[in-house]
Ligand binder design. Sequence first.
Ligand SMILES: [Mn+2]
Length: 358
Amino acid sequence: MVKILHSADFHLDSAFTALSESRARQRRQESRELMARMVDYANGQGVELMLLCGDLFDGARVYAQTTEELMAALGRFHGEVVIAPGNHDPYTHHSPYAREKWPENVHIFTQNQLEKLEFPQYNCVVYGAAFTSAEAGELQLPDLSDDDRTVLLVLHGEAGVPNSRYRTISVESLARSGADYAALGHIHQYGGVLQAGNTCYAYPGCPEGRGFDELGEKGFLLGEVGKGTAELRFIPFARRRYEQIEVDVTDRDAYEAASAALAGCGDHICRVILTGETDKSIDLRRLTQQLSGCAWELELRDHTRPKEDLWQHCGEDTLRGLFLAELRKEYDNADEARRRVIEQAARFGLAAMDNREL
Ligand SMILES: [Mn+2]
């Protein structure tokens, strides 16, 4: 068994354009520190192989400081590192992968075809490939099975997505490969450890979200891999999460409702969407200021509707009036909880008659 940490898609030096310039700068710095935090964690856990499956850099423009800090962190790792460059950070002669002198424990794939690394100290072989430009064609895996050693794959690509421009790897090909574990990168959302034949494979997702399209917990995979077995668990590791929270302010004070919903979000980047009905106009700028301590960065959106007198047409000689009169009879004899349900039924009914969404 070999103890691995599997991560991918750091996208270092992303612009973070949705944040203010000072916040964006802070996020970029925190992203650089991610690798150092990860190495400290891995050393503490006795990780032997760190598998980094591409898109470590967001693009060709990389700050010198970023590469320096990344190399310094990896050089402190007690085990061996394998990097498979991805579509955002392909291996080219002017990429940091080719230009810099990386620490001796860092192994980088350089070819747009399978290469092999041997780690006899872990009784393990690692196959992988690099993107050498922004796109890569389908990768057909040969029989990689080995009688004695654990076989790992380290790749950036799309498993089970035919015709992808980002290195299609068919599930059948993975199943036939005989590999014990395929460590993949490219998909930013962790989706569990999957199985193709006797080969386990997974995307760990990105270790830090970069926008509201990358919500919730982010992290990497940690565990042990051996012949025919991969026991891995997801470790949440993001310094800050992106969270999107809907807050219904019907019959509630917007500040009270939103601050309650933001409990525990002080380090995170949050979008609060106010919904429901209210007869008060909401001053978003003022509310954002009042809530500013509740999140590291806060965006508010007002999706509320003006409160209407639900029963104003009750009893009129129209379909609307008759519908409301029926509900009203039940409403007058109902308890509070039941009244909420009847009000909701009335709103749904009126919305349907108006041909609008609630
Ligand atoms: Mn990618």
